[in-house]
Design a binder for this molecule. Sequence first.
Ligand SMILES: *Cc1c(COP(=O)(O)O)cnc(C)c1O
Length: 398
Amino acid sequence: MPSAHAEIYPREHIPKQPVLSGLSFTDYSRSEIPSVLDAGEVLFASRGSMAIGLALQHAQIGNDDEILSPAYHCISMIEPMVWCGARPVFYRIKENTSVDLDDVESRLSSRTRALLVTHYFGFPQDMVRIRSFCDTHRILLIEDCAHAFFGVIDGAPLGSFGDYAIASAWKFFPICDGGLLISRSRKLSGVSLQSRGLRFEAKSLINPIELAFEYRRLNVIHPLFKGPLSIRDKLQRVRRKRRSAQEVVSTPSIGLGGWGFDAALVSKKMSVFSWFVTRTASRNRITRFRRSNYDKLLAALRHLPGCRPLFAILPPNVVPQVFPLVYDEPHLAFPLLKRAGVPIIRFGEYLWERMDAATCPVSNELSRRVFQFPCHQDLDDSELNWMIDKIKSVCGGG
Ligand SMILES: *Cc1c(COP(=O)(O)O)cnc(C)c1O
């Protein structure tokens, strides 16, 4: 966890996550690459982590059941397992992040109920083999599409291979909440989810708009909001003074990740605004720009000293969540990048404490060395070029 003496870094100079703009709703031509929305029955949950909880609940997993889980993970993938009374049993992944099925097989037991598989950063696992492995051993397959809202294997969308799949809408759309539970084979219609209330509904609309203003989007409507937003800020300051100084502000200003599993939100649904954006934003625009931004980053950063792209090619069926770079000296690069205002996402920075550190040396290395940079649809060329220059200068290549 972050230490008390952690350096405070400046605000990120370019947006880490997608940002709402007029462009979010342009281009309704059909995306050539399908999404998890095409993979089966869909339930709009509060977040991806809570969708894992819903899947486990729906499958009646708990009571010391074992779930084969990747050693390269984020805490919010494991917390829902513990919450429902199941036990994660960690398996190895290979250097290219593919599932080590031999290792998975060696960890099967009479208590194994499910295998959880993650498509890291949007790059699909070998789902045909993994599906047949699960059928052979009669265990459930849970497909973690948190990084792979889009993607296809042999014409079948990602999310359609698992008995259940989960996804994380806010990582792909300009919204601050939203996870999906998807199932091709199970009836999810019996599950009913409740709204998080009017206050949250309002926040889920206002936060993305404010983030857009901060990064100079939606300029046309900005003047209309200035008055009301400053009144709200004043009211909040007054209210905060009245409360104890210790009290933590409950919701982060925008869903920028790292806020873990919350059992109280398992039975809650996605906000109306986030649901609307997830259903109506241009998917073609998202898939095209993420792919072209990834290609630009790849071309510019593939031969730098001291780091290398985790995936040196972008196959045609992939829509990347981020651009992962593997650093030789991550502890040196990190503060330099952060001080320059470069947004860095660090999936798996912290691994489950109770996992034996000897389980998977590769995962330990990935956890330490891999930084992810944004390649989302709302970065313009000048922002992308700015980031490329900063990354190059830190690597001594520019
Ligand atoms: C982010 C993430 C989750 C959890 O999704 P949230 O929407 O943040 O709750 C699950 N699995 C993976 C691989 C993730 O990166």
